[in-house]
Design a protein. Structure first.
Length: 63
């Protein structure tokens, strides 16, 4: 999955872009205390990175 696709998925699920630091975008959600960090731009995220981001965003049950 491309990082741009993951960012769209996060935004559709209520995650809000809080800040950009270098090549990392950080998202927050009103229902979660933690931030999600997505490396961007990146054509293909590594499988482990993608799965961990989906797990942290509580989106792993949908994929």
């Amino acid at each position: 999955m491309k990082s741009a696709e993951l960012i769209k998925l996060l935004k559709r699920n209520g995650w809000i872009l809080e800040r950009i630091k270098g090549s990392h975008h950080q998202f927050s959600h009103p229902d979660f205390v933690h931030l999600i960090t997505v490396p961007h731009p990146q054509k293909d995220l590594k499988k482990g990175t993608l799965l961990q981001i989906l797990k942290d965003a509580n989106l792993n049950n949908r994929h």
